[in-house]
Design a protein around this ligand. Structure first.
Ligand code: UN1
Length: 510
């Protein structure tokens, strides 16, 4: 396949200009940005220095002191305006996401749609930040809960959803009255610069937004550490590997700061004898091969009933051997490139490890693409394996699908749960007992448990996150907003007496 490599750097310039990013921000810097589509350099971004990052955190704190007193529905107007800017630029920002991460154009635009959706959700939420009233045991007393902004919210995001994850956090944090300081992945600073520019555009249109309310720190892990250790940052929401979470979590706990951790996933789907196999095949294909297996929700393990195993595996092999691998901008492509050489090496070493324990691997080899010698394209790998060996229990951020066989549903659920991670899971069945069992207390132990859809591609309306080594955080919809606020319990005495709770008497003589 021929590829127009020369045009990419020029296109990036055009997109960034259109999205409002100043040229000097991406031409004069020490951070070298490559596109995984060809492996070529497309920009040089200036890193934020330590002192500049500290100033940004200080400014965010000052902005918070103003922002917290602005009524929430008015704060919602800023988020609505951000959603409008994003809506106007879905194509441009979506294309930039594709160039920077290598995901398909439909997925790049889908990511921006996810941002628009959460802005809509948060704008509505800005009029629904409600609290409870609670029956008091004392006469002429009222108890209630009030929710208040926290302060500065730090967001650390990964390369694979370079902008949507920021928006899940920022949209909620902003309507809740917080300031936001964002440290994106070093591999994806361009989409972050563009998103920041769209935010500034929205803020200018709405007016009255304190300077420094949303800040962007571009650079390496040290800037993330600054957010983690800064006493001015009340909550850090971090997305990335379990290794990163192990470093970040205890440091935040040490200073009693809040954390939302979205770490590794090792998501499985169970395919039962009654499953609609055509639908199942499509569900598996999207979750396992979509985004080249580089979603935290990607399907990594398939647990198939022995009665349909051969049929399922034969059909899957056909799909794996014929799926279009190549330039994510081309319409025939379903699997784009891996992010970089390290990711390719990790995939190859996982496949080696699987072979060493007797697994049969279909696919997995590097695919040559014309004009992209420095890029890493792979055929997705289907790996038949007898047991859930160590390599299966680890998250390898690449398109590897391990296939296991089961006999009894209990055994399948036990296999599904027998990994350290707990993000997403699915069951494909038309048997309501199996489906209900799977979503019950003794079923899947994950934060997401689906029936007859794959493990990836969650909507923003639900709370997003997982259990065990996935970190336990929840972002996005439902009541995830509560994590971005502090709760106060208020007891108000509107009577003339002072009764004490629990019937305690404490009468003083004057
Ligand atoms: C991620 O991979 O970090 O459910 C997030 C999904 C997307 C989000 C993935 N909505 O696949």
């Amino acid at each position: 396949m021929a590829m127009n490599a020369i045009g990419l750097e020029h296109e990036v310039r055009e997109l960034l200009t259109r999205l409002g990013v100043q040229e000097s921000r991406y031409t004069e810097g020490e951070l070298v940005v490559r596109t995984p589509i060809t492996g070529q350099v497309i920009a040089h971004v200036a890193k934020t220095s330590g002192p500049a990052a500290q100033l940004a955190i200080d400014a965010a704190r000052q902005a918070f002191l103003v922002w917290r007193n602005i009524p929430a529905p008015r704060r919602g107007e800023l988020v609505r305006a951000l959603g409008e800017e994003l809506r106007a630029e879905v194509e441009a920002l979506g294309r930039l996401v594709t160039i920077e991460t290598g995901k398909l154009l439909t997925e790049g635009c889908g990511e921006v749609q996810e941002m628009i959706d959460i802005c809509g959700f948060a704008a509505g939420l800005s009029r629904q930040l409600t609290g409870l009233t609670i029956a008091s045991e004392r006469a002429h007393h009222r108890m209630m809960e009030t929710w208040h902004p926290l302060g500065v919210v730090g967001v650390i995001s990964a390369f694979n959803f370079p902008v949507a994850v920021w928006s899940w956090n920022a949209a909620l944090a902003l309507v809740c009255g917080n300031a936001v300081v964002w440290k994106p992945s070093e591999k994806a600073p361009l989409t972050a610069l563009a998103t920041q520019a769209l935010f500034e555009r929205a803020a200018a249109k709405v007016g009255g937004v304190p300077a420094g309310l949303c800040a962007l720190l571009v650079g390496d892990a040290q800037l993330g550490e600054l957010l983690v250790d800064s006493p001015q940052v009340s909550l850090v929401s971090a997305t990335g590997s379990t290794t990163m979470g192990r470093a970040v979590g205890p440091r935040l706990a040490k200073r009693f700061a809040r954390s939302i951790l979205e770490l590794g996933g090792n998501n499985a789907a169970i395919v039962c004898p009654s499953a609609d196999l055509d639908l199942t095949l499509r569900g598996i294909a999207f979750s396992a091969m979509g985004t080249a297996g580089q979603r935290c929700t990607s399907l990594r393990r398939l647990i198939v009933h022995e009665s349909i195993y051969d049929n399922m595996v034969t059909r899957l092999k056909r799909v794996y051997l014929s799926v279009g691998v190549g330039d994510p901008r081309e319409s025939g492509t379903l699997v784009g490139p891996l992010i970089d050489a390290r990711s390719f090496a990790a995939m190859q070493s996982a496949l080696e490890e699987a072979r060493a324990v007797g697994a049969t691997v279909t696919g997995g080899e590097r695919v040559g693409v014309d004009g992209a010698a420095e890029a890493f394209y792979v055929r997705p790998a289907l790996v038949e394996i007898a047991e859930q060996a160590a390599v299966v229990k680890r998250e390898t951020f690449a398109p590897i699908l391990f296939v296991l066989k089961y006999r009894e549903i209990e055994e399948a659920i036990a296999l599904q749960n027998d990994v350290p991670q707990g993000l997403s899971s699915s069951i494909f069945t038309l048997n309501m007992r199996e489906a209900e069992r799977f979503v019950s207390a003794s079923g899947s132990d994950c934060g997401i448990a689906n029936v007859n859809i794959g493990t990836s591609g969650a909507e923003i309306g639900g709370a997003f996150g997982g259990e065990k080594e996935t970190g336990g955080g929840r972002e996005s919809g439902s009541d995830a907003w509560k994590q971005y606020m502090r709760r106060a319990t208020n007891t108000i005495n509107y009577g003339t007496d002072l009764p004490l709770a629990q019937g305690v008497s404490f009468d003083i003589a004057e």
